[in-house]
Structure formats: C-alpha cells, structure tokens
Ligand binder design. Sequence first.
Ligand code: HEM
Length: 122
Amino acid sequence: MSPLFYQILHVLSAMLLVGFVISACADPRPERKKSIMIITGVLSLLVLVGGFGLAMKIHGISNPLKFTGWMVAKVVIWLLLSGMAGLAFRRSTIAGVLTLVTIALAGGAVYLVYARPVIFGI
Ligand code: HEM
C-alpha cells in the first residue's frame, strides 16, 4: 500500500473517531451505546493500522519498540481516545469535561505529528 493510502485511512478514521466520541458525550442515551461502541471500536482499529502503516512507510519504523518519543505519545493518546466513548456512556454527568478532554487529546495528537518533540530523549 502507498503512504497516501495510510495517510487517508489514518486521518479520516481519526477525524471520524473524534466525531463519534464527541457525539457519545453529547447524547449518551443507553440505546445508542451498542452502535457507537461498535463504530468507535472499528475506527480506533483503523487509526492504529493507519498510524503503524505511516510509521513504516514514512519513517521506515516497522517495530513499535523502535518508535520515537512522539510516536509513543501518540499511542498513549490513541489508547485514551479509544476509551472515551465507553466512559461517556458510564459517566454521562461529566460529559462536558469528557468533551474537552477529547478535544485536548485530538489537539495533542496533531501537535505531536507536526512538532515531533523529543520525549524522554527518543
Ligand atoms: C496508534 C496511534 C498513532 C500512531 C502510531 C500514529 C502515527 C502517525 C504517523 C507515523 C504519522 C505520519 C507522520 C509524518 O507525516 O511524518 C501520523 C500522522 C498524523 N496523525 Fe497519527 N498516529 C496515531 C494516532 C493518531 C490520532 C489518535 C490522531 C488524531 C486524533 C492522529 C492524527 C494524525 C494526523 C492529523 C496526522 C498528519 C497526517 C499528515 O500530515 O500527513 N494520529 N500519525
């Protein structure tokens, strides 16, 4: 697959993931839970596949143990983002805070990819 394929897969699924998480925060009715959890689960997997594909195609790193600091930080953000929809349904009283946290996580992921800071010396 070309880098372009992974770029589109990664960015499109990341945008949709953030959108569906915020949608869960905005309307956490129990009847929406199953469908949102399935959709965000699939999108989360696609973000991961796209991210690892980009690490391989653009940076030549196919082993996650050799990821640079900003890549590791993105994996942490991805983990947190992937748990947000489930949290939105369980803790609907703090939906506003969860929305802000989701926006901050997405902003952090975008910052990391463009600033590529050195974290813990890697
Ligand atoms: C497993 C987690 C992730 C990994 C390993 C990962 C890795 C990467 C890599 C290697 C790139 C290419 C960097 C480059 O062009 O030099 C990239 C681009 C990008 N990622 Fe991620 N990422 C992850 C999660 C996320 C998340 C959760 C978001 C947003 C919510 C995100 C948003 C972006 C954006 C906007 C780009 C820029 C694409 C471009 O300019 O071509 N990533 N990511």
